[in-house]
Ligand binder design. Sequence first.
Ligand SMILES: [Zn+2]
Ligand SMILES: [Zn+2]
Length: 273
Amino acid sequence: MSILSNCHTHTEFCDGRSTAEEMVLSALDKGFVSLGFSSHAPQKYDAPYCVAPEKEDAYCAEILRLQEKYRDRIRIYLGMERDLFSCANPDRYDYYLASVHYIPTFSGYASVDGLAENLANYIKNELNGSGFAFAKKYFELLCGYAKAWKPPIIGHFDLFRKNNSKLHFLDEESTAYKDMVVQVLHFIRESGAMLEVNTGATARGYMESQYPNDFALSQWAKLGGEVIVSSDCHNAEFLNCNFDKMPALLEKLGFDHTVRLGANDTLFERIPL
Ligand SMILES: [Zn+2]
Ligand SMILES: [Zn+2]
């Protein structure tokens, strides 16, 4: 089964390279049945990557305009990617992805997926060089977010793997790390959130595999958790990047279906793999 939908789409309203309409045209070209926009919600730190607060209305208006214009051809949803430290209220959106991109430090924030050099300095100076302690802090924030907000979707579950692929601060095969992942997954399962299967970093050449990694996904399948595939798209050309590989991978890891944004009036719908 083809996925034919993407729930994690950035545009020029934040740090994407394509306009919202270019994304819709790309989705139509690829035969999508639905498309969800998820601009980075307004926040104070690293604001240039996000929708400016004064542009939030314009963002919503443009997505609603496209929803109307293309309503006979594709179902369009208004969403956002809301960082834990964003000040935005998700109530006016159809759905949101809950993401943790930053860890508070003594002097501000460390970016989880930002410059590797900065992250290496933070781990060295504030965590005695322990990459495990860093992953633990990240997961604590993610669990707190899931518990407090009960978001529909958790974005890029193990985002720090992007910099781990360069810095090697953590052994993802170690028993200690795997035990922590299982604990975190149990916790998130209780919140009711879905996990996003995010191919975005593979599209941009940062990573060879998706978030979450195969181990985490296999454990999530055992817990009966739901997954929704996305490309964390910043460029219309790559809207379905590596989607063709996901059904077979998910099946291998223990899933028999995935979730996508509904083609009609159901926000989320299951599709068999
Ligand atoms: Zn993100
Ligand atoms: Zn994103």
